[in-house]
Ligand binder design. Structure first.
Ligand SMILES: *Cc1c(COP(=O)(O)O)cnc(C)c1O
Length: 345
């Protein structure tokens, strides 16, 4: 078998959730949008629900519908994109809770599903999703009259705790929600780490559950092991891969391993990333191909059977830095070709 193995440590996800939960007096939810950041919303969701997580968040109603079918009745499933045209049956039949983002969505919700639970998303300055302050002022009485399950907003700069935007958004949120009795939520992972002022009634960590920054103490969750397909020795003057990007003036031993940019191993990380033979780092040789990459294994005592891309020596954030991106993008880019192995849970 040549496919690479992506191992997801469900116990590490649980440990991360418990550690984030222990930082607050609030309820701790779980964000499992985008297939739990690429790691598998069904397995991750079931594991967290079994451990007592009661509130889940997804981006789209379709994701919520799939999650409901996995989890069964009970947990609350919130939809960040709210109530879009075409979502009504899913929201109604599968008991999903749209986070209403606008007057238009509010009307759709009340007309199509009167009495059905909903939440409200407010914009406190990110200008991405949520009602604007003026819109909220007009709708506040109507919305609050229907007992929303949650009133929430989202932080634009929570990964930079010293950024003045955080306090600004906190103040805006306090002002917009003054005097309401509905539960409130503001914090993603970064917000949890910023302390009690940001916690309110329910927190919404995502990346911290999956082992990524800004939660520096998170246990790593994902590991990737890639089979070696072939090894060869090359002579001075020869080259490896597309564009002859790797050339050598000394004899080299090169392994070809079976994962590439179609598996989320972004081409941009090629010059900086390593793969590991146990504790031994091996540089990539030449450009990352769609399904393969070359690795310089000259210094290894024998040809390896597999090499590790993600593991104890190279986390998602190290890889992200090599590609000038963030851990979130590394995880959600991994794609569906891996053989997935779940441990623990
Ligand atoms: C993605 C998302 C989260 C989770 O954010 P992390 O930084 O991954 O913890 C929380 N709230 C909203 C609105 C989101 O879009």
């Amino acid at each position: 078998m040549s496919t690479a193995t992506l191992t997801v440590d469900l116990d590490a996800i649980l440990a991360n959730w418990r550690a984030l939960n222990a930082m607050t007096r609030s309820e701790t939810g779980a964000v499992v949008k985008a297939d739990a950041y690429g790691l598998g919303a069904a397995r991750v969701g079931r594991t967290l629900a079994k451990a007592g997580v009661r509130s889940f968040f997804v981006a789209a109603a379709e994701e919520g519908a799939a999650l409901r079918q996995t989890l069964g009745p009970g947990p609350t499933i919130y939809i960040f994109s709210g109530h879009m045209p075409g979502d009504t049956d899913m929201i109604g039949d599968l008991d999903l809770v749209p986070l209403i983002n606008s007057l238009e969505q509010m009307i759709r919700q009340i007309e199509a599903l009167p009495g059905h639970p909903f939440g409200v998303q407010l914009d406190t300055g990110m200008n991405r999703l949520g009602m604007e302050p003026a819109e909220w002022a007009a709708l506040r009485e109507i919305a609050l009259g229907q007992d929303p399950l949650l009133v929430m907003s989202h932080l634009a700069c929570a990964d930079a705790p010293d950024h003045p935007m955080n306090a600004q958004q906190l103040n805006a949120f306090l002002e917009l929600t003054e005097g309401i009795t509905a539960p409130r939520s503001l914090a993603n992972t970064g917000g949890v780490l910023m302390g009690a002022d940001y916690h309110f009634d329910l927190t919404r960590p995502g990346i911290g559950l999956y082992g990524g920054q800004p939660y520096a103490e998170a246990q790593p969750v994902a590991a990737i092991e890639i089979p070696v397909i072939q090894c060869r020795s090359i002579e001075p003057g020869e080259s490896v891969g597309y564009g002859n990007a790797f050339t050598t003036d000394t004899p080299r031993r090169i392994a070809t391993i079976s994962a590439g940019y179609a598996d989320g191993i972004l081409r941009a990380m090629g010059p900086k990333a390593f793969v590991w033979a146990g504790d031994e780092p091996c540089a990539l040789a030449g450009r990352i191909s769609m399904d393969m990459m070359g690795v310089d294994i000259t210094h290894l005592p024998k040809d390896p059977k597999t090499l590790d891309l993600l593991g104890p020596h190279q986390t998602i954030d190290v890889l992200a830095e090599h590609a000038s991106t963030i851990g979130y993008e590394i995880l959600t880019s991994l794609g569906n070709r891996y053989k997935r192995r779940y441990i623990g849970g």
